[in-house]
Design a binder for this molecule. Sequence first.
Ligand code: FEO
Length: 176
Amino acid sequence: MIKGNTLKALNDQVNAEYYSAYLYLAMSAYADRAGFKGVANWLFVQAQEEMAHATHIYQHILERGGTPAFSDIKAPGASYGSVKEVFEKVLTHERFVTGLIDKIASVALGENDHATYNFIMWYVNEQVEEEANADEILSKLNFIGDNNGLLYNLDSTLAARVFTDPFAAAAQNQQP
Ligand code: FEO
C-alpha cells in the first residue's frame, strides 16, 4: 500500500506531466504558426510522450492501492520569440522535471516504498535522455545562429520524429 507522502508526490507528478504536455503543445502551436512544421512535429511528439508518462504514473498509483487526485493544470506560456527561445525553455523545464523525479525517489525511499522507488528509476533514466535531447538541439541552434538555411535543415530533421508509446511493450506483456 502506498503511503501519504509518496502518494502526494506521485499525484503531483501526474499533474506536472500533463502540464508538460500542455507546455509542449503550446510551443508546438507557436512553431506551427511560425512556419517551422518540423519543430512543431518534434514538440507535438514530446507532448504525446508526456501524456504517456502521466497515464503510466496514474496507473502505478492505482496498482499500489492509492487514490488518484486531480488538480488544476496550469496554463502554459503561449508566446515565444524564436525557436531557440523555445528550446532554451524546453531544457530549463526538463531540468526542473528531473528535480521532481529525484524528489519522488527520495520520498519513496524515505517511506520504504521500494516498488515506487523501482518504478521511478525508469523516469530517472528517462530524464537523462530528455535533458540530452533538448541540449543537443539547443547546441545546434547556437551553432546555426542567424543562418536561415541551416535552420530549415534542422526543421526538416525534426520533422522525422515519430511517437512510439514507451510503455506499449510492457502493456502487451500484461495481456492474459
Ligand atoms: Fe515526462 Fe519530459 O518528462
